[in-house]
Design a protein around this ligand. Structure first.
Ligand code: ADP
Ligand code: SF4
Length: 682
């Protein structure tokens, strides 16, 4: 290990327990919840194996009045829950790590769709998830009950074997709703002055300590700024005062931002590594207790700097631990160059927002530990001496080549481009998306260490070339291109008027085409491209109107917690918007759009129309290869498989996953892929 990083491996005392190092996997949702306990346990165990000194669960409900169905959440409501979570704690302990559990009550910020319990909150208020329901105001008995639920859940957590038990006053959940004057309008001793609003949190810490403090550390997760300005809690206002009031009461401060989960896990488009420092930096000046915080930390030098400058005692990580569960181990082994750095794309957050099991762009094995038996650092040795030719070095081809190479196969990776990366080279050049190139960089770097994988850049292959090359297996990962016919997610047919005219696509812009002002971007893709392209063109001085059939810009980025900042930034840059309209026609100097509700037409001045709609696979090479099976046979080619965007265009995460899966399964029989499904058994 580089001695510069020794400080990261110092033990840290947290109340009655000691973390073996400063690497702290903070609680993070993973979409598995109480319904998929084996999947969650296997995932957390691998984090512990990867060297995280503390590994926490996701949010864990203390009572049926806090039920986040249909999203995945844990519960400690009864002894069955204790038995299930004991397995998680045991699996974490097996690697000498501490196990933390994030006890949670959502208050007005939950659904209760399973339990159908009325929502509760400090004051009567509409449900935070937009729905017809409201939360009722808690009376004194409700508060006493709530304190008992926290205490009982803490006792269950202790009997399940957890070392760190949370009091969770962040992310707009119930204890935070009491703290903030925005949501707490009570007139009794739990409302009004800050001392009163802090009362419940103080009592929860005392109750939890009293119940389990002999054996377990009590952590407080506090949002010190809810990013609502002076109307709410701010880091230089009440956030600071709360920490000062309770400074020595918990055993650990886990500090972050609230407002929404998205503020805490901002994407790389809107934040740099260590971005929370400006908000949380003061906490250590007010307490002698250890402080953990997050900030998409992937660089060991940044981590050391946080410790040395007295900002944090423990390096918190959710996303960096998802992208690379072995991050601490790699630093310990002096292999920091092998860290699979989080790119800050928030696809992991999308899984949570969709109620789906965790997935990650950088780490295709996350969430697959139990159901497919995949390990992020270990892969079965090759099943034969086959040679594999991978055509296309985008995310799918790069990951396939790397994982096949790690299995020991002889791999040739060819790409027509001068350098590997495929779509990443183009997309990472868009404003805010530079970190996406890490997907390429990590893989190209790791392939560089393998003698059995060769990269051939500037090699556009024809079917003739492939046949002549004569590999045992050919993997076609030649990507996709943007459609010109206007077919998109919402609109299957834009009609001849629009499709017949010359429109530009993102591919044209990347190839150097210069549009003319005023530009209209028609976005029926709804992920990053439309908005990012608009941002680039606005930055270059073009007048841009973005038209989309959806009611907001880049609507799918709601899943990555980016939609609000995307639209805010574009509007501030002067983007004109026409929402809820579909393309209806395109003529000289103008385009026509029909309202998706009324069909009424709006004409928009337009010198260049850019279609960001669907994509089509680049399948010409694949088609010509499989067209003549006899030629394949004669060339000794056993299989030709297309993967990634060349099979079905999707996210970079899906392309990486496809490449990894191909590598794992290349020597399995055609139907040999085994995915276990967790299901409750009677
Ligand atoms: P994916 O996301 O599925 O990995 P990309 O579009 O990112 O797809 O990457 C596909 C890569 O394949 C691009 O770099 C492209 O230049 C390359 N490619 C496409 N056709 C050929 C070909 N016939 N020979 C070599 N490389 C090709
Ligand atoms: Fe990081 Fe993206 Fe993976 Fe999330 S999905 S951990 S943001 S690389």
């Amino acid at each position: 290990m580089n001695p510069r990083y020794n400080v990261l491996f110092e033990p840290v005392r947290i109340g009655p327990v000691t973390a073996k190092n400063r690497f702290y996997q903070t609680p993070h949702a993973n979409g598995m919840g109480y319904m998929r306990p084996r999947s969650a346990t296997a995932m957390r165990a691998i984090k512990a194996e990867g060297g995280w000194g503390v590994v926490c669960t996701e949010y864990c409900s203390v009572h049926p009045t806090s039920d986040d169905s249909p999203f995945g959440f844990l519960s400690l409501w009864d002894e069955d829950d204790v038995r299930a979570l004991a397995k998680t704690a045991d699996a974490i302990h097996a690697h000498d790590s501490l196990a933390g559990v994030e006890l949670w009550h959502g208050g007005s910020h939950t659904n209760n769709r399973l339990t159908r319990e009325p929502l509760i909150a400090p004051s009567a208020q509409p449900a935070k998830y937009i729905q017809p329901g409201h939360a009722r105001a808690m009376d004194r008995q409700d508060i006493a009950d709530f304190r008992r639920w926290q205490r009982d859940a803490a006792l269950r957590a202790r009997s399940a074997g957890f070392d760190i038990v949370y009091v969770y006053a962040s992310h707009d959940y119930l204890p935070f709703q009491f703290l903030s004057a925005r949501t707490n309008r009570r007139a009794d001793e739990y409302g009004g002055s800050l001392v009163n609003r802090v009362r419940l949190l103080r009592e929860m810490i005392e109750d939890t300590r009293d119940a389990v403090g002999d054996k377990c550390a009590v952590a407080v997760r506090l949002a010190v700024d809810e990013l609502h300005g002076p109307a709410g809690i701010t880091a230089d206002g009440e956030g600071r005062e709360i920490v000062a009031m309770l400074a020595e009461l918990p055993d650990l401060w886990d500090i972050n931002l609230a407002g929404s989960l998205g503020n805490d896990s901002r994407s790389s488009r809107f934040s740099a590594e260590a971005f929370q420092e400006d908000y949380v930096g003061f906490v250590k000046t007010l307490t002698s207790k250890p402080v953990v915080g997050v900030g998409r930390f992937t660089s060991p030098d940044t981590m050391v700097s946080q410790i040395r400058r007295g900002i944090l005692d423990l390096i918190g990580a959710a996303r960096p631990s998802i992208a690379d569960p072995f991050l601490p181990r790699k630093i310990a082994d002096g292999r920091e160059d092998e860290i699979r750095e989080c790119i800050g794309c928030n696809i992991c957050r999308a899984a949570n927002n969709e109620g789906a099991p965790l997935r990650c762009t950088q780490n295709p094995t996350i969430g697959e530990e139990w159901r497919r038996g995949w390990h992020p650092e270990r892969i079965a040795p090759k099943g034969s001496d086959s040679r594999v030719l991978v055509v296309g070095a985008g995310p799918a081809g790069l990951e396939a080549a790397l994982a096949l190479g790690q299995r020991g196969y002889r791999v040739s990776l060819a790409d027509s481009g001068k350098e590997p990366g495929g779509r990443l080279l183009r997309e990472a050049a868009l404003p805010g998306l530079g970190h996406w190139l890490r997907v390429r960089d990590y893989r190209a770097h790791m392939i560089g260490k393998l003698a059995n994988v060769e990269i051939f850049p500037a090699s556009p292959l024809t079917s003739h070339d492939v046949l002549e090359f004569g590999a045992d297996h050919v993997v076609v990962a030649t990507g996709s291109h943007w459609r010109r016919d206007g077919v998109g997610a919402c609109v299957e047919d834009i009609g001849v008027q629009a499709a017949g005219r010359k429109c530009l696509t993102p591919d044209d812009i990347f190839a150097g085409a210069v549009p003319q002002s005023p530009v209209v971007i028609y976005d029926d893709d709804h992920y990053a491209m439309g908005g990012a392209l608009a941002e680039r063109l606005l930055g270059q001085g073009f007048a841009v109107t973005l038209v989309t059939p959806m009611p907001v810009v880049s609507s799918w980025t709601q899943m990555t917690d980016e939609q609000f900042p995307v639209q805010k930034r574009l509007m501030e840059l002067g983007l004109r918007l026409l929402l809820s309209h579909r393309l209806a026609g395109h003529r000289d100097g103008a385009a026509d759009f029909a309202c998706v509700y009324t069909g009424r037409n709006t004409q928009v001045e337009c010198a260049s129309l850019i279609l960001v709609t669907g994509r089509l696979p680049d399948r010409a090479l694949y088609d010509s290869l499989v067209a003549v099976p006899g030629d394949l046979q004669a060339a000794g080619i056993g299989t030709v498989t297309r993967i990634g965007d060349c099979l079905a265009p999707s996210s970079v995460a899906d392309a990486v996953f496809a490449g990894h899966r191909l590598a794992r399964e290349i020597d399995l029989p055609a139907d040999g892929s085994a995915v276990r499904r967790e299901r409750p058994l009677p």
